[in-house]
Write a protein that binds this ligand. Structure first.
Ligand SMILES: *[C@@H]1O[C@H](CO)[C@@H](O)[C@H](O)[C@H]1NC(C)=O
Ligand SMILES: *[C@@H]1O[C@H](CO)[C@@H](O)[C@H](O)[C@H]1NC(C)=O
Ligand SMILES: *[C@@H]1O[C@H](CO)[C@@H](O)[C@H](O)[C@H]1NC(C)=O
Ligand SMILES: *[C@@H]1O[C@H](CO)[C@@H](O)[C@H](O)[C@H]1NC(C)=O
Ligand SMILES: *[C@@H]1O[C@H](CO)[C@@H](O)[C@H](O)[C@H]1NC(C)=O
Length: 888
């Protein structure tokens, strides 16, 4: 039945065959060519069987080698078959419809054959020499013939090709006990450019570890050698140590004391003689590890004792049996899949889906599993998991562990289970670390229940510091649990609203927080520490600054000056005086010119009745005339004489200019009222120290700075300090708000961080809708960095700083600052000035002055009226007196 099916299949598949470049397995058996390089075969395989290298011995051996392959193929395949050809010639034609190439050749010949086989899309299986880079994993299978003890260079090739080790540069330290002639090969394996991969040359520097006569001298020598190693950049701080079992602890000890073990450095220990001392139990290595170190051990796990076990067969025949056997199964599998596909779909579809030779050969390689020969030669890689284990209180401390990250066997080579240095790739690997913080808005604060709490519990803490800290935890791959330190209730009260509170420079981090850092109970203090204040504390270390604070001063907004005399303000006093003088002088001159002109006399003689010139008939009348002309009221009757006309005419010109400039500047004075002198900087404060009070943040950097500094230019500013002037005060976190409130009174100035003052100013503006403050931003140009804090011996400071640096460079930091702090003074002149000008309405205050003048005019008019009555009365009385004698 099966036979009929196959015949039918074969018949119906003709069409497909015509199209495909490779006959389907259903129509023809797969063919394999075994290419054998004679010299290699003799050197590596024949030598194991016989000591006589005759032609007959060689041919006999090759025959048994190929028959082993044929036999296993026949055993494993029952639907189809595999026809095997043998070629002893390296130049054999591979194009002759072969499906599979099995080569037994030296490394260089193997790679040459690989190139040709790839062109013909053959499946390439290779048995080759040791120290040979393997064929690319999905394009062929190569197995080096290795005897125990020769494997180390091959391990390096395999680790590099499988990307387990992708260093471009390393320092290599070789123990004296290591075989001298292997060293060259190992170095070569580490440095060579590898074919068919993008791994270029790597470079290494070689050093040798010597032993002393005693343990102590050995330790000393090791330390000297390590201390003399050239400086390394963090990016390639890679060290490979090939050393015996018993010196590893000395090396680690010395390196630790020289601070060469850090989060940035990577140490790979290669221990060839480990198998001799331990039977696969390397837990003792854990004792040698320290927090934050990147150490991996590649050790010899070979166990040659279990001879009875099949796994220690290492010969080529074993490999070929395994390979061909696996191949047979793969072929069968592939064939049955093709048959199944054929049955499922129509002929056209099958043709379209028809697997090409290329796809099929890739599939074979995938199906061929690793052989079991030579498996007793085994090296294991264990990597230390040390990050974050020793941080926290007793309960948090965990032992360091070793993670098996890779295994090497001759076939399939290096199998990686994880990164060689898991921490370098994955940071803290999701570990939970204790972190201390306290409520201090807007830098770090706990969201109250009423506010929206986003899904994770992490978001319960917020603020600028936590923006930074969340990013840090993401990039270093750790989670955290918060150890929250309570702040005193009176401070809590002031800062109850996290969105409104401002942090004064007087703010002190609670001593408990620093204490927890000092005692290494926490990974980091996620708080805003002012470096300037705590710089002398050597028991803690600062990270890179997250931001820089500068000082500013908050002064009452300058008020417009009184506008009672607004109408007089366009002219200076001198101008007014000049104008008055002009009026007084021009009147009499006009009178003179007019009165003494012969024409006036003529006219008067001609028309004695005409009272036209009555207005100019006395000096005082002329002055009134001139005054009237000035105000453009009256003065219309022009004198008849040309001299007088010229005088009046030029006066009119003067009037025009005077009036135009006056009204122009009056508008300007109305629009931009004159302000009080603003308090913009500390010089202004000192200048007005008699009339205003001011306050500095208590125990802050600025206070400290002024106290200590003895610089010539700064001595004057010492007056700002409390005690040096009666008006100098200080404020602390609690009294900060009250001081801000006092500023509104108009006689107080608060000096503090610019950002805090801006927040306070903004809050007040939002609350009242008015601008009560003016912000001076230039206060001594003091810059105060704000950092987080880690314990002094924290190995992670460098790591954290790198991440902070990145946040600065990427602009994240600026974005967060812009989100959290006001960037612009909401009452700055540029914003408010224009606003006011556009909407200014002339109000009573602007106008009152001129009404006073009006009233003054009325009063004076009344006074003069009174005087005139008085004078008339006196005159009448006098006349009466004079007349009396006549009556008598
Ligand atoms: C081929 O033979 C093996 C045993 O040698 C057997 O397990 C397998 O089922 C057979 N396959 C087919 C398709 O007959
Ligand atoms: C395929 O191989 C089998 C077993 O080796 C053999 O019986 C069969 O005739 C071969 N078929 C072809 C087409 O060569
Ligand atoms: C690995 O260990 C085995 C067994 O102790 C030993 O024979 C072999 O030489 C070792 N390999 C190397 C490279 O030293
Ligand atoms: C490995 O050795 C340690 C002592 O160094 C021992 O405590 C542990 O039980 C051993 N583990 C195994 C699996 O034998
Ligand atoms: C964090 O660590 C875990 C555990 O090792 C790992 O699975 C994950 O990929 C890591 N995440 C990042 C972003 O590295």
């Amino acid at each position: 039945m099966a036979l009929i099916l196959i015949v039918v299949l074969i018949y119906s598949c003709r069409f497909v065959v015509g199209f495909n470049d490779f006959p389907s397995l259903m129509t023809a058996n797969a063919t394999m060519v075994i290419v054998i390089e004679k010299t290699f075969y003799e050197r590596k395989i024949l030598i194991k069987e016989t000591s006589i290298f005759t032609r007959e011995a060689y041919e006999k051996s090759v025959a048994s080698f190929t028959s082993a392959a044929t036999k296993i193929a026949r055993e494993r395949m029952n639907i189809s078959g595999l026809s095997i050809h043998v070629a002893q010639d390296m130049g054999a034609n591979l194009a002759r419809d072969y499906t599979i190439l099995l080569s037994v050749a030296t490394c260089s010949s193997t790679w040459e054959l690989f190139g040709r086989a790839k062109k013909e899309k053959l499946v390439h299986l290779a048995i080759t020499d040791l120290d040979c880079p393997r064929l690319p994993k999905d394009e062929g299978i190569s197995i080096p013939l290795i005897e125990p003890g020769e494997e180390l260079p091959q391990i390096f090739y395999d680790m590099r090709i499988s990307r387990g080790l992708d260093w471009k540069r390393a320092i290599m330290l070789f123990d004296e006990s290591f075989e001298q002639d292997s060293i060259g090969k190992v170095v070569q394996a580490f440095c060579n450019e590898l074919p068919k991969s993008d791994l270029g040359l790597a470079s290494s520097s070689l050093y040798f570890l010597k032993r002393g006569k005693s343990e102590i001298s050995t330790k000393r020598i090791i330390k000297e050698i390590l201390a003399a190693l050239p400086p390394r950049k963090p990016i390639d701080d890679h060290i490979i140590v090939v050393a015996a079992y018993n010196v590893i602890s000395f090396i680690l000890e010395a390196a630790r004391s020289l601070r060469m073990l850090s989060t940035g450095s990577q140490w790979l220990f290669v221990v060839p003689d480990m198998a001799k001392y331990t039977s696969g139990n390397v837990t003792y290595l854990i004792e040698l590890l320290g927090e934050g170190e990147n150490i991996a051990f590649l050790y010899n796990d070979t166990n040659l004792n279990i001879r009875s076990d099949q796994s220690c067969r290492t010969g080529a025949t074993c490999h070929v049996r395994e390979l061909v056997g696996a191949l047979g199964i793969a072929l069968e599998k592939s064939l049955s899949m093709e048959i199944e596909l054929y049955n499922r779909v129509t002929e056209e579809e099958f043709e379209q889906a028809g697997t090409t030779k290329f796809v099929r050969s890739r599939n074979f390689i995938k199906y061929i599993r690793a052989s079991t020969c030579g498996r007793c030669i085994k090296w294991t890689v264990v990597s230390a998991l040390t990050w974050g284990n020793r941080i926290g209180s007793e309960a948090d401390i965990e032992p360091h562990t070793l993670l098996g990250t890779g295994v090497w066997t001759p076939d399939p080579g290096y199998e990686s289970k994880d990164y060689l240095f898991p921490h370098v790739m994955h940071g803290f690997r999701g570990k939970t670390l204790p972190v201390v913080t306290y409520h201090n808005p807007p830098w770090q604060f706990q969201m109250t229940k009423t506010e929206e709490i986003t899904e994770s519990t992490k978001a319960q803490w917020d603020g600028f510091v936590f923006d930074v800290f969340h990013e840090l935890s993401k990039s270093l791959n750790f989670t955290y649990k918060i150890v929250a330190v309570e702040t005193p209730p009176e401070i809590n009260l002031v800062k109850s609203n996290p969105l409104k509170a401002a942090m004064s420079a007087a703010e002190k981090v609670p001593e408990k927080v620093t204490e927890l850092v000092r005692s290494k109970s926490v990974f980091i203090a996620a708080c805003a520490y002012t470096v300037g204040v705590y710089r002398k504390d050597t028991t803690i270390k600062f990270t890179l600054p997250m931001t820089i604070q500068t000082y500013g001063l908050l002064a009452p907004r300058p008020k417009p000056l009184s506008r009672v005399l607004l109408f007089a303000s366009p002219y200076t006093n001198e101008s007014w005086a000049l104008l008055t003088t002009a009026i007084i002088i021009v009147g009499p001159i006009l009178y003179l010119v007019h009165t003494f002109s012969p024409r006036t006399i003529d006219e008067a003689v001609k028309n004695p009745q005409e009272p036209v010139y009555i207005g100019l008939s006395s000096p005082s009348r002329c002055t009134w005339y001139i005054y009237g002309a000035l105000l453009q009221q009256g003065g219309m009757n022009l004198p008849k004489t040309d001299g007088a006309r010229l005088i009046v005419g030029t006066w009119w010109l003067v009037v025009m200019v005077v009036v135009a400039t006056y009204s122009g500047s009056l508008v300007a004075f109305l629009t931009f009222p004159k302000m009080e002198a603003p308090i913009k900087n500390v010089d202004d404060v000192i200048e007005r120290r008699g009339e205003i009070t001011w306050s500095l943040p208590q125990d802050s950097f600025i206070e400290d700075f002024l106290t200590v500094s003895n610089e010539e230019g700064l001595v004057d500013y010492k007056r700002l300090l409390r005690g040096n002037e009666p008006h100098a005060q200080t404020h602390d976190t609690v009294s900060y708000e009250d001081n801000i409130h006092d500023v509104k009174g108009g006689k107080h100035v608060v000096i503090d961080w610019k950002s805090s003052l801006m927040i306070s100013g903004r809050n007040d503006y939002i609350e009242t809708g008015r601008c009560a403050f003016s912000l001076g931003t230039d206060v001594l140009f003091l810059e105060e960095p704000i950092s987080m804090v880690v314990p002094t011996d924290s190995p992670y400071l460098g790591l954290i700083n790198v991440q902070l640096q990145r946040m600065h460079e990427s602009g994240l930091m600026d974005k967060w600052i812009a989100n959290r702090f006001p960037t612009q003074d909401s009452c700055s002149d540029s914003l408010m000035g224009g606003f006011e000008a556009a909407n200014h309405k002339v109000d009573l205050e602007d106008m009152q002055g001129i009404f006073f003048i009006l009233i003054l005019g009325y009063i004076m008019g009344t006074v003069i009226l009174g005087y005139e009555f008085f004078r008339q009365h006196r005159q009448l009385a006098k006349e009466r007196k004079v007349i009396q004698p006549f009556v008598q």
